[in-house]
Design a binder for this molecule. Structure first.
Ligand code: AMP
Ligand code: MG
Length: 401
């Protein structure tokens, strides 16, 4: 065997990967296309938020001191529904102005009472209780002009994209999507939608991996799956390395004679490690093909998914300095025993149900790494450190699928 690290822990594998940098660039993108993207700069607000004092309620604006002896009656001197209408209004002693949510506060008023607590008769409003000062949203109380509300590396969730607009930005600099080539290998693989002959299975890894790449905010490109020949592999790897930022292969990285991804990488590529102490998912390799980073992921569908989540995703996030998408984790009570495999970090698929406000995790019987149905029908995976074993009733960390 060549002299690259072999059978390393996930932590060691990640450190090795981090020595290889993915080149990222920045592009300016309209807000419509910013969801799930990664902000590339510290983004200051172009305005105060809110830009002016305004009402938090549909109701009336008045002087608080006129309402302390509620019920109180005030003269209605006007209505403010939009900016500009407050210009000529000054709320004096014993007066009130009808006001809509978000409308600017008139001069003289220092409080609001919502419409539900008032009754109107002719030009007079009766308040059933004193008015509220905290129903005024103060200029700049959320953000002040120039304040950096979102920092470089922020993963743009819906509320964050909305905040970019609140701050006055119509387009923002984001990390350009990495183009990730996905190549499945194996003579037995057929595209879904075609007939299976004896010995063939439907190719599924490229679809799952493609979703995981999109989840991280990048662009998957599913290339044709290739048969188990060194020559075909060489052609597709050369093509992928000339066009894409990263290559993910699946299959052909185990110990067998037909594990040709491993073989071609050992003979013609540059392997940085092979095999990790992870179950499922021990066979992967990482290295360079023509200077393009390449992960040789396992062929078993559960394994390729797990290796992406545990290794590929953290490494990509590290390269883009991104704070998301976050890996959802929680604690659950075990309803069945779970056990790790040997010296491997072990992930056991579990269904998670809410029982009287507590999460309860049940391990399915069949944990085979080829059993994608068991993963698709599970809500999470219990994370077990090497050698760890848990009993019924123990509290365990689960990673959501
Ligand atoms: P391999 O590592 O190539 O020996 O593959 C391990 C197992 O995963 C075999 O049962 C393969 O048939 C299966 N497999 C490999 N690639 C895929 C794929 N793209 N989609 C679904 N199953 C696959
Ligand atoms: Mg294979």
């Amino acid at each position: 065997m060549s002299d690259f690290p072999y059978f390393v822990t996930i932590g060691e594998a990640l450190e090795i990967c981090k020595k290889t940098a993915l080149q990222t660039t920045v592009e300016r993108v309209d807000l419509d296309n910013c969801h799930n993207r990664i902000l590339a700069v510290d983004l200051p607000s172009l305005v105060d938020d809110p830009p002016f004092d305004n009402s938090a309620m549909d109701g009336f604006a008045m002087r608080y001191e006129d309402t302390v002896d509620a019920p109180s009656e005030l003269e209605i001197i006007g209505t403010i529904q939009a900016a500009g209408q407050e210009d000529n209004l000054v709320v004096g002693k014993g007066q009130a102005v009808r006001i809509m949510t978000g409308a600017p506060l008139p001069k003289g008023a220092d409080s609001i009472l919502q419409i539900e607590l008032t009754s109107v008769s002719g030009g007079v409003v009766t308040l059933s209780q004193p008015s509220m000062k905290h129903f005024i949203r103060k200029k700049g109380e959320n953000l002040t002009k120039g304040q950096v509300a979102l920092s470089a590396g922020t993963y743009l969730t819906p509320s964050r994209v909305g905040l970019c607009a609140t701050m006055g930005h119509s387009s923002i600099p984001v990390v350009k999507k990495l183009k990730v080539a996905i190549i499945s290998t194996g003579d037995e693989l057929k595209q879904p939608g075609t007939e299976l002959n004896r010995g063939e299975i439907y190719e599924s890894n490229s679809f799952g991996l493609s979703g995981l790449v999109k989840w991280l905010g990048h662009e998957p490109v599913r290339l044709h799956s290739v048969g188990d020949t060194i020559d075909d592999l060489r052609v597709v790897l050369n093509e992928a390395s000339s066009k894409y930022d990263l290559i993910l292969t699946s299959g052909g990285v185990s110990m067998g004679d037909w594990d040709l991804v491993r073989k071609i990488m050992e003979e013609e590529g540059d392997v940085h490690f092979w095999r990790v102490k992870l179950r499922p998912g021990s066979p992967p390799l990482f290295g360079l093909w023509n200077n393009t980073p390449i992960f040789g992921l396992p062929g078993n569908p559960v394994s390729s998914h797990v290796v992406f989540r545990m290794l590929v995703a953290p490494w990509i996030r590290h390269n883009t300095q991104s704070n998301g998408p976050i890996e959802d984790r929680a604690y659950a009570t075990l309803a069945t025993k779970v056990k790790s495999t040997g010296d491997c970090l072990t992930l056991r698929r579990v269904t998670i149900v809410n029982e009287n406000g507590k999460l309860s995790a049940h391990q399915k019987i069949h944990q085979g790494s080829g059993n994608l149905a068991s993963m698709a029908m599970s809500e999470g995976m219990v994370v077990l450190q090497p050698g760890q074993e848990y009993s019924i009733g123990d509290t365990v960390e689960v990673m959501f699928l």
